[in-house]
Design a protein around this ligand. Sequence first.
Ligand code: DGL
Length: 276
Amino acid sequence: MAELRTEQEKADAARPIGVFDSGVGGLTVVRALMERLPFEEILYFGDTARVPYGVKSVETITGYARQITEFLLGRKVKLLIIACNTMAAVARPAVAERSAVPVLDVIDAGARAAVNATRSKTIGVIGTPATINSNAYARAIHGHDREVRVYSQACPLLVPLVEEGWFDHPVTRLTVREYLKPVLAQGVDTLVLGCTHYPLLKPLLQEEAGAGIALIDSAEAMAGITADLLASSGLATPRRAAPGYRFFVTDVPYRFQTIGEQILGRTLPGVEIVRW
Ligand code: DGL
């Protein structure tokens, strides 16, 4: 780990990590970060008034991503994590060009983990239409290994089913079965859950995909990559006390608290509303 030398460096390292998503789904990443990095302060931004992003145009998603980036940079975060596959797929350059602090995203995290997991070099990816149409996963995977074959499937119905809390429901099972059919027919041995909502469907997805398929949860992969970056760049917090967490959202929609707490696995404390 890089040694912290000056008071300024210590103060910089004590700043929070900024994590953002189109809604509540990115809390899967926050949960993984809380478990892996228990002393790090986190600011979460969920654009709950404008979710879903996954069916919107590249221009619209990029504009939203810029706005959220400014918001978090204005709160002096030390690192930005794009915890939304859709924004990572189409708006990463727009976020990175505005940011003086490092930017990590779930697609790179998921791609790396998938390449490490596959034995047959055949990977399936499921995500929102915007993520799949962008081809960002295939590009990221090929950036690590050009020989891997990638089969992608857009699953537009899964986000609403998760938001309905139907994690193990016959309708969800049937929908998953339909979506997975063409991907499984290609003989993939690894399946990337390319949307922050999908880890909530992990048991069902594993049953439908079969025990022999490795499921890649980019939230877990993200926490590992974040820990490595903080350690190697001297940005790991010097604090050893329980950290503060702040949750900013643009609306408090129907069932927000319940879904948020299910995803986070703990009580969601005082949520702050941002009106643009
Ligand atoms: N958070 C988005 C993602 O990971 C899913 C929800 C949406 O469509 O906005 O792709």
